[in-house]
Design a protein around this ligand. Structure first.
Ligand code: ADP
Ligand code: MG
Length: 245
């Protein structure tokens, strides 16, 4: 379970987050949906402890990201935006290396890497250096790496950007399976269809504020429209959506 309360983040005079509160439950896929610059990455970076907020608090399974960041980190797997992989290592070595960083014994990290390679259908490129990987191969490697310590919570920042149809499908299937196993999944996207296809819960963020947190159907009902896309536009810009002929 992931919780944030009243997160504030300023960059100079810009207020990137203006009191963001959210909750992502176990066994659910929660989508953080918002336009570019809304504050999605800033929120996620605070949650995965690489950025300190100027105000507010957040917890991963009850562990404070501020006071107990190590404990919080142990409980989550992270796929940062445009996640890089070590180019001189193979996919398998990338995964095993992260296992080592998490303190897993050699035999354990070997076994975990092998499992993840099979599960993510990475066999064709698992033992090649990551240097020449396609975007899809890179994302799978980064995702496997994020899962090597079997975290209950998974945070992904725009995981499908730049992926081809097949890679998106594999990713969706995997996130669905992890959800069914009881994991808590929080991912960001600026693409409505993505969120509609995948999420049990949607958090709409705009201008550093959470506009609404609801299920996809409830969201449509609240905005009084049939399409999630239109609901989204209305929520982030109530005036703009009323402009019509
Ligand atoms: P999103 O991920 O939703 O596109 P971000 O969280 O990356 O949005 O950014 C929110 C706002 O904060 C944007 O206006 C962005 O330009 C600004 N911002 C993010 N990171 C920094 C930074 N390190 N320095 C200055 N401004 C930043
Ligand atoms: Mg972003």
């Amino acid at each position: 379970m992931i919780e944030a309360r009243a997160l504030i983040k300023r960059f100079g005079t810009l207020t990137a987050l203006d009191g963001v509160s959210l909750r992502a439950a176990d066994g659910r896929i929660t989508g953080l949906l918002g336009p570019n610059g809304a504050g999605k990455s800033t929120t996620l970076r605070i949650l995965y402890t690489v950025l300190r907020p100027d105000g507010g608090e957040a917890w991963i399974d009850g562990a404070s990201v501020l006071a107990h960041s190590l404990e919080a980190r142990r409980r989550m797997g992270v796929l940062p935006h445009g996640a890089g992989v070590y180019p001189n290592l193979t996919a398998r070595e990338n995964i095993e290396y992260f296992g080592a960083l998490h303190g897993l014994a050699r035999a354990v990290r070997r076994a975990r890497a092998a499992q993840l390679i099979a599960r993510l259908e990475m066999q064709p490129f698992a033992d090649r250096a990551a240097k020449g990987f396609s975007q899809g191969e890179r994302v799978k490697t980064a995702l496997a790496r994020a899962l090597v310590h079997q975290p209950r919570n998974l945070l992904l920042d725009e995981p499908t950007s730049g992926l081809d149809v097949m890679a998106v499908r594999t990713l969706r299937r995997l996130l669905g399976e992890l959800r069914d196993e009881g994991h808590c999944i929080l991912f960001s996207s600026h693409v409505m269809q993505e969120v509609a296809a995948l999420c049990d819960e949607v958090i709409v963020i705009a201008g550093g504020r959470v506009v609404v947190q609801a299920g996809p159907d409830e969201l449509k009902a609240r905005a009084g429209t049939a399409s999630l896309e239109e609901a989204f536009v209305r929520l982030i810009d109530p005036n703009g959506a009323q402009d019509g002929p």
